[in-house]
Design a protein around this ligand. Structure first.
Ligand code: G3I
Length: 455
């Protein structure tokens, strides 16, 4: 049931044009980004997104290039969606859905029932009125987003940090059955979406909080309370370090018959230590069949809620960190993607020989993911028999179409004949090697006829 919905979503948002649609079948040489490498492993690699940062070109470019799942960092929380009781404001959050459709990305919904970030009117409620308000919020929001979300964090952070019992909150005081009531309400609102319980400090198998959540999920499964997944926020730092039994924790939960997802990953630190921990987390997820996705809680260190701990994969300037390289490698991806023939033929010549041998040439191929009113185009530039020091790809947009956003290239023109030139880091391409850039547009997608000028 859920599988067929996921495929239908892709078909509905990805009307195929003359180019090949590769959303569901990443090719081997596409695994040069976190999202494509994870997809090759049957997983997603996502990030928290802050809508007000989308106008930041560096942020948007990394987002579009690297990730195939998004979570609203704050915009789908209760205070954002229902600021006054029964008055819903979806405008900002809906932008995330549009963005995700353009990227061909999944969306994690975060979060429906939580003691924190409640609007003022809810904070002052209690008893049956609060329980009804919680259920109404779940029903209204899930109905609005029906068919558009992959997994919902139905309940967030409901357990006490130390004793393995429930956290005290106004929701908890409505009765111990509030969590199962939330999940039953959620299932009734949208039978197809995955319903998750999400929490932090549940990574170490020996911790009381981990056991408390485990016992709740076990009980829900035994009694038929609907639950499909458990989210492990995995905010790691010196007070809550990555535990050596993390894989055991993920596997034990998965064995209860739920998917497990790493939902808010960040690891404070730097250099090799941080890089190794990121790689360990990825390897642990890949080792557990039902660990179907990883989300990092922000893009650049400067975007993090814990910015001073530099816990993310890109530095404040948007450069990939050592942790990025180790994460990509653990996912089976690679930062360089020369074709096998090029690497074998260039086994003996010196670097200077390969620079000067032959005339530089390149080709550009376009893959399009289109929907009514818009499209995302991914363009692969392939070097000929000599290494490139720069390239410009050109193509023509149909009348009425326009480029709205470009990543990993600099665009010249937005309509008609447009061209895209390499940026600083991807101008150099080995003989036979490839690099990719992309752009988003409104209107109908371009034809697959391209030009490529090599330098
Ligand atoms: O946007 C306003 C700004 O206009 C105002 O001037 C400023 C002054 O306080 O606040 C800004 O809003 C802040 C918002 O982040 C955006 O930066 C809120 O105060 C602040 O409370 C909010 O913090 C968020 C936090 O959840 C709230 O609980 C963090 O961004 C967000 O990363 C964090 O995410 C949580 C997950 O939802 C659940 N798990 C833990 C995780 C980290 O705390």
């Amino acid at each position: 049931m859920r599988r067929s919905r996921a495929i239908l979503t892709v078909l509905a948002t990805g009307a195929l044009t003359a180019g090949a649609l590769t959303v569901l079948s990443p090719s081997a040489d596409a695994a040069s980004t976190l999202g494509s490498a994870a997809a090759a492993q049957g997983r997603y690699f996502g990030t928290a997104v802050s809508i007000n940062k989308l106008s930041d070109a560096t942020y948007s470019s990394i987002l579009n290039r690297e990730f195939n799942s998004v979570t609203a960092e704050n915009e789908m929380k209760i205070d954002a969606l229902e600021p006054q009781q029964n008055q819903f404001n979806y405008t900002t959050a809906d932008r995330l859905i549009t963005l995700a459709n353009g990227m061909g990305a999944k969306v994690r919904g975060h979060t429906l029932a939580w003691h924190s970030q409640q609007p003022g009117w809810m904070q002052s409620m209690s008893g049956t009125a609060l329980r009804s308000a919680m259920k109404n919020h779940i029903t209204q929001v899930m109905t609005h987003y029906k068919g558009k979300i992959d997994s919902w964090d139905v309940v967030n952070e409901a357990f006490d940090d130390s004793n393995g019992g429930r956290r005290d909150s106004n929701l908890q005081r409505t009765g111990n059955d509030w969590i199962e009531d939330a999940f039953k309400t959620a299932r009734a609102a949208d039978p197809a979406v995955k319903l998750c319980y999400n929490d932090y400090n549940t990574d170490n198998w020996t911790w009381a909080k981990t056991q408390g959540v485990y016992n709740m999920v076990k009980d829900f499964k035994a009694r038929g309370v609907p639950i499909d997944c458990v989210g492990f926020q995995s905010h790691f730092n010196s007070g809550s370090p990555y535990p050596s039994n993390y894989r055991t924790t993920l596997q034990n939960f998965a064995d209860l018959g739920v998917d497990v997802q790493i939902t808010e990953l960040d690891i404070e630190g730097s250099g090799t230590t941080q890089a190794n921990t990121y790689a360990n987390v990825v390897r642990d997820c890949l080792a557990v069949t039902r660990c179907n996705g990883i989300t990092v809680w922000g893009i650049r260190d400067s975007d993090s809620w814990r910015a001073s701990g530099t816990p993310l994969l890109f530095d404040a300037n948007g450069n990939p960190k050592q942790a990025y390289t180790s994460t990509l490698a653990a996912l089976g991806g690679s930062t360089s993607s020369p074709s096998p023939s090029a690497s074998s033929s260039s086994a003996s010549p010196s670097p200077s020989a390969s620079q000067s041998s032959g005339t530089r040439s390149c080709t550009a191929t376009v893959t399009v993911n289109a929907w009514t009113g818009g499209f995302v185009a991914t363009v692969k530039v392939t070097a000929g028999g000599a290494a490139l020091t720069g390239w410009t790809a050109g193509l023509t947009l149909p009348t009425g179409s326009a480029v709205t956003n470009t990543w990993s290239a600099t665009a010249a023109g937005t309509s008609g004949a447009v061209s895209f030139t390499n940026v600083g880091y991807n101008g150099t391409v080995a003989a036979g090697g490839t690099t990719e850039f992309g752009f988003q547009g409104t209107g109908n997608p371009p034809s697959t006829t391209t030009t490529c000028t090599a330098r």
